[in-house]
Design a protein around this ligand. Structure first.
Ligand SMILES: *[C@@H]1O[C@H](CO)[C@@H](O)[C@H](O)[C@H]1NC(C)=O
Ligand SMILES: *[C@@H]1O[C@H](CO)[C@@H](O)[C@H](O)[C@H]1NC(C)=O
Ligand SMILES: *[C@@H]1O[C@H](CO)[C@@H](O)[C@H](O)[C@H]1NC(C)=O
Ligand SMILES: *[C@@H]1O[C@H](CO)[C@@H](O)[C@H](O)[C@H]1NC(C)=O
Ligand SMILES: *[C@@H]1O[C@H](CO)[C@@H](O)[C@H](O)[C@H]1NC(C)=O
Ligand SMILES: *[C@@H]1O[C@H](CO)[C@@H](O)[C@H](O)[C@H]1NC(C)=O
Ligand SMILES: *[C@@H]1O[C@H](CO)[C@@H](O)[C@H](O)[C@H]1NC(C)=O
Ligand SMILES: *[C@@H]1O[C@H](CO)[C@@H](O)[C@H](O)[C@H]1NC(C)=O
Length: 579
């Protein structure tokens, strides 16, 4: 059999080429992304993976574990990843091919909920079966992923003589996808959940509805999607939702639904014009000040908190969503309430002229919905605006911290601090670091900024949150920066976010990956080495390798460097390696 050039190098077991390679390079040739918490591999070696290799478990049949084992066995046998830099580790023919991976789970009953134990240990001895042990099915899935990344080549090889103990630093590690501004078919969502899983993240935050379209077919309010979606082929039926939720369970990924209210609801007006204020108006009336706009972007409409019918419709939606999504977190939105939109309504005008305030309006809305969501046994997630917005915010007595989590997106770590110092748990999605859509230009038309020929920054790279967030920006963000230990304990984790004004399936993968992988590692095992220094230099090589592996697995992740850099390790760095 004719081996490719780099495979034949593997077989060299001694000699100058091997001896001159520094240990760090040896480690970096076989990659696991995100990097495990501890990885002991005193003498890097590899052996063949037996052609009859199997994964077996002494446990009883568990639906999701069985499907994960089947999936990984198939992946391992068919992937044949070829590392970009030939591994210089010792390939031993004296040890027999690896025949078996044993998977043992202590607690088969733990549901896939926030804070579930995802730890695992993986031992691959030089002789005998490999052993993966985990407290839960979900931890076993993380360990199976690690094992799959230790297999490569054709014929298949596997790293041996190693021990890994691994567990995440943060319990909540997610990707937000907005399916309202532009529509994504179910297959694209499934591929995204699969990619979330292989990066050892565990949350798909599904921002389903917004002002632009209402693609969710809610059984007791079918008109919302029938009239508010982009069309009958651009919606999600209960069957679709179930497929997505089940796919998530098979991959250890929670599907957290967001029905954003009371703002971002223009699309509801197609079915119920009377419950929406300022629907279908021009978002920024000619000649008016920015403060008097009707929406944060084109696409107006907010639920009217003074109309009893609002709550009849909304409660049916909430109830159906809780049925469709078994997940204990329910995201209720509450971001970017724009005063001008509510002020366009006559009933609200008289409420305000009789001494009522915008914040009272929001509190009426929250008091009419939050207890109902809690009664469905849900923890309610809101965007930070609900208590931090300058004009529309509720008093914290309306939102008891035991039932409330706040997701931050403004002002970097300052707002994270405000949230946790008020006693709330926080999910970090700082737009300065974690928004994947930024820096792609504005989407509004007829923009006079472009009249000027003088400035290269017309439109500030275009978007309100420009510039583009590089993978390094994401990798190096410390989500508990500036917090006390007690405050840091209230930070559940983070989510990168893809808002879809300028994204749809054609660009989905490249807009998310591999930048989301950067957050995945930082929240799993950190962004620092054993000495406490930021490890972005060696992470570059590892992320390169991982990006190519994701591409082979069908995820269209964008490149982070020219191939030349990967073939010439270290040569593209700003500073030459000291070693
Ligand atoms: C490969 O094996 C030789 C001989 O046992 C040893 O000297 C060398 O250090 C090993 N190389 C690595 C990378 O472990
Ligand atoms: C694998 O791990 C389990 C659980 O820790 C242990 O009981 C078993 O002896 C191990 N098996 C091997 C072959 O090391
Ligand atoms: C997870 O399970 C492992 C193995 O049983 C245990 O050692 C560890 O303490 C658990 N972790 C947490 C955070 O409970
Ligand atoms: C409420 O949800 C929790 C999980 O968050 C679950 O353990 C509990 O059984 C649920 N209670 C009811 C009454 O459904
Ligand atoms: C909302 O509910 C909270 C807590 O029950 C209460 O303190 C507050 O007065 C209510 N606000 C309004 C506007 O009804
Ligand atoms: C955070 O607050 C500090 C102190 O007020 C301020 O200097 C800084 O600009 C703020 N950062 C952001 C991102 O808003
Ligand atoms: C573009 O904006 C200008 C004002 O700057 C306005 O006069 C014109 O009508 C707009 N054009 C279109 C096509 O909307
Ligand atoms: C164009 O640039 C000039 C000089 O910097 C500035 O005064 C003017 O306001 C700019 N016009 C627009 C439409 O941005």
């Amino acid at each position: 059999m004719l081996l490719p050039f780099f495979n034949s190098i593997l077989i060299i077991s001694t000699g100058l080429a091997v001896l001159s390679v520094p240990i760090s390079t040896v480690e970096s040739t076989i990659q696991v992304w995100p990097k495990p918490r501890t990885f002991s591999w005193p003498q890097p070696q590899a052996t063949l993976l037996s052609p009859t290799f199997t994964i077996s478990t002494p446990n009883q049949i568990h639906l999701h574990l069985s499907s994960a084992i089947k999936r990984y066995l198939n992946l391992i046998q068919t992937e044949h990843h070829i590392p970009l830099v030939p591994p210089t580790l010792n390939f031993t023919t004296s040890t027999p091919p690896l025949q078996t991976l044993l998977v043992s789970v202590s607690d088969l009953t733990a549901p896939l909920h926030h804070n579930v134990n995802e730890s695992y240990t993986l031992t691959i001895p030089t002789w005998g079966p490999a052993n993966l042990t985990a407290e839960t099915v979900w931890g076993a899935m993380r360990g199976l992923e690690t094992f799959s990344q230790l297999v490569w080549g054709d014929p298949l090889r596997v790293a041996v003589g190693l021990f890994i103990w691994d567990a995440p630093l943060f319990a909540h590690r997610g990707v937000l996808l907005d399916t309202s501004r532009n529509y994504y078919p179910v297959e694209d969502i499934l591929r995204t959940i699969g990619a979330i899983s292989v990066n050892k993240m565990n949350v798909f935050h599904w921002h389903i509805t917004d002002s632009h379209s209402f693609p969710l077919l809610v059984p007791s309010e079918p008109d919302l999607a029938a009239k508010g979606s982009y069309g009958p082929d651009m919606l999600y039926t209960p069957y679709d939702v179930n497929r997505i939720v089940q796919f998530g369970l098979e991959h250890g990924v929670r599907v957290v639904p967001e029905i954003d209210t009371p703002a971002h609801t223009g699309s509801w007006a197609e079915a119920y014009p009377d419950i929406i204020t300022c629907a279908n108006m021009f978002w920024w009336p000619a000649g008016s000040k920015w403060e008097d706009r009707l929406a944060s972007e084109p696409g107006t409409g907010q639920l009217n908190p003074l109309n009893p019918k609002t709550y009849e419709v909304l409660k049916r939606v909430i109830n159906d969503v809780a049925t469709l999504f078994p997940e204990p977190f329910y995201h209720a939105g509450a971001d970017e309430i724009i005063p001008g939109c509510w002020k366009a309504d006559p009933a609200i005008q008289s409420f305000l002229s009789n001494g009522g305030t915008l914040s009272q309006l929001l509190e009426i809305f929250v008091n009419s919905t939050f207890p109902y969501i809690v009664s469905l046994n849900r923890t309610v997630v809101y965007w930070e605006d609900v208590i931090l917005d300058a004009n529309n915010k509720v008093s914290t007595t309306a939102l008891p911290p035991e039932h409330t989590i706040l997701q931050t997106w403004n002002n970097g770590h300052n707002n994270t601090k405000k949230i946790v110092s008020s006693g709330y748990r926080a999910i970090v999605s700082s737009a300065d670091f974690y928004y994947l859509d930024c820096g792609h230009g504005g989407f509004v038309g007829n923009d006079s900024q472009y009249d000027n020929q003088t400035s290269g920054t017309s439109g500030n790279g275009g978007s309100w949150c420009a510039p583009f967030k590089t993978w390094q920006t994401i990798y190096d963000y410390d989500i508990t920066y500036g917090l006390s230990k007690e405050e840091a304990n209230l930070v559940l984790g983070g989510e990168v976010a893809l808002w879809s004004e300028q994204a749809d399936p054609t660009v989905l993968d490249a807009r998310i990956w591999p930048r989301a992988s950067a957050m995945a590692e930082t929240l799993w095992s950190g962004n620092r080495d054993e000495t406490g220094k930021k490890r972005y230099a060696e992470a570059t090589d590892r992320l390169n390798e991982w990006r190519y592996r994701m591409v082979r697995r069908g995820i269209g992740a964008e490149p982070i460097q020219p191939l030349w850099c990967i073939r010439n390790p270290g040569m593209c760095n700003t500073v030459q390696s000291a070693a």
